[in-house]
Every structure is written in structure tokens, then in C-alpha cells.
Design a protein around this ligand. Sequence first.
Ligand code: HPA
Ligand code: ZN
Length: 357
Amino acid sequence: MTLTKYECSDCMQKFLKELPKCEHHLHLEGTLEPDLLFKLAKRNNITLPPTFPPTIEQCKTRYDNFSDLQDFLDHYYIGMSVLVTEQDFYDLAMAYFTKATADGCLHSEVFFDPQGHLERGISLDVVVSGLSHACEDARTSFGTTNKLIMCLLRHLPSEDGLKVIESADKYYQDGIIHGLGLDSSEKPFPPELFEECYALLRSKFPEVALTAHAGEEGDYTFVENSLDKLKVTRIDHGVNSKHSESLMKRLSEEQIMLSLCPLSNVKLQVVQDVGHLPIDLFLERGVPFSINSDDPAYFGGYILDNYVAVHTRFGFNLEQWKQISLNGINGSWCDEGRKQELRMLVDKVCSKYVDVL
Ligand code: HPA
Ligand code: ZN
């Protein structure tokens, strides 16, 4: 059942596009659109397995019918197998930054999965070099800002995670990689399995930015344990926090931001419709959140599509959208100067629309 309760007028769409947005939950490998995927498969002489849809059209149909997170991940890991050279990683990231900029996204904090490449014999240097050059070029060409966040795959042993953290040392040292996250199949692999990995990185870099996927398919204790055991300052997804009043109170008091992904949650059957997400509840309880696209090539929408989907279900007014935008800025990992710049831009856009919305 699709709940379309509110119209998103042309004027509202324009406003949402112009409203300065920050994206905090975006897997670069999940931005691999089928056309680029097939182009890179050809360029690198890679034959995809027969379980992978053979045409762009068939990809679209299959991507519309994921049964859950694992069903998606099975495609996601096959998809990323076409990424081989530094140029491939650069092209992938640049295509994302181009689209995000067109959507009015001014600051992006983007994930990548080194273990998904290392296990195929692609070195960390190739991956980071391609991605970080794209980050640099996006900053100079578009005037946007960005941060790279390395994720550990929770279906792999934590010893493997420790090794990756050691090998990424120089990139954390140089600030090329800014943070650490945790993704992949959630329920069988709770956060406490990765306590040592997070402790190791914190011991090397006490100021490092930490996040983890939690409460997407796992229950709200996955969110609590990520905060308590991994010492993260942000939660990716976290929708299941809605089941605990005391957790919502804590998220609000400690201003721990949830990076929500509405269209992803529908595509992976976390909820049946965007309107069933606790977005109004979180806003009411003062739980900070941002709105993100997660894996836009697989879930059928980039950041603006997610904003529009939220508007059509919740019909927020200008003040509420302003609050959402400011919460995203406050929860970002850019410096205070950049946050100030972004807040001023929010004021400017909101003043422009205050009499017409
Ligand atoms: N959840 C967990 N792992 C992931 C996701 C997600 O939504 N996207 C890519 N890896
Ligand atoms: Zn994710």
C-alpha cells in the first residue's frame, strides 16, 4: 500500500532542491548504475555470473524486488566486482558527486567497503587513490565538501577488520579517510563483535569519527550496543530506535544523529511505505536525523528523491524542513567554519521561500 497523502508542489520541489542538504549515508559502491556497471565489466573483461541480471532493463526489474537486506547485498557484491582500476573507482565516485551536486547536496560523507575489493585482489591504494582523487576534484569543480568513511564488513571476522585498519593507517594519518563505519548483514553479526576494531582505531586516532549501521534489521539494542561498546557518535539507519522511549530520549539528549534512508527501507522491506517510518516521531522527540539515499543505483533514487518521498508522506512545513536541514549540518563531520557557511545558505533559501510556501 502506497500512502501519498501530501502533494509536493512545483514550488516545494524547487525549495527542497535548493535547500542545502548534507548526505551522511551513501555507499559509493551502491551508486554503481547498471549502465556504468556493464561498461566497466566490458572494459575489464569481466563475465558476471548467471545469477546477475544480464541487461539494464532486467537489473531495474530485479532491483525493484529485493526480499531483504541479504538479497540486495548478494547483488551489491557481484556488482562491485567490475571495479578494478583506479580510474574505475574515480569514475564511480565522480558520477555520484555530479548527481548529488545537481540535487543540491553541498556536503557528502561517503562510505566505501575496502574488504569487498581486497578479497578480489584489488589493493587499498588503488581504491583509495581513485576515490580520493574524485573527492578532491568534486571539491574544486563543484565547490562542495566531502569526507571518506571506510566501512568494515560485519560478515567477515573481526581479525580481518583489524588488518584493514592497520593497513589504512597512513590514510587516517593524512586525513584522507576521515571515519570508520560498519555495514553488511546486520542481524547475525551484532556490533559487540567489532569492539576490538573500533578500540584499535580509537587508540591510534582518538579524534576519529565513528559510526555503524544499526537498527535497520537488528532491534534497538543494536543501536544501544553500538553507542556503548563501539563508542560511535552517529547511527546509520537506527529506525528501530522507535521501539525504546529511553533510547530516543538518549539520542535526543546526546544529539546522536540517525542517518535515515527512506527509499532504501522500502526497497529492502524494512517498512512497506515511507509513510510508515517514524520520521514525524523522531522530529517530535528531538531525535536528530538526516535523509539519505544509501545505495541509490539499487534503490531507485538519489538524495532529492528521498526528500520528496518524505514530503509526500509527512507534508512538513518550511520550519520543519529548515530544522531537518540544520540538524544534518550540525551532525556533519565538517569543521565549524563550513557548518557556519551552510547554515547561512539555509537561512538564505528559507527567507526566499517564506512567503510562497
Ligand atoms: N545496510 C547494510 N549494509 C549495506 C547497506 C545497507 O543498507 N548498503 C550497503 N551495504
Ligand atoms: Zn547503508
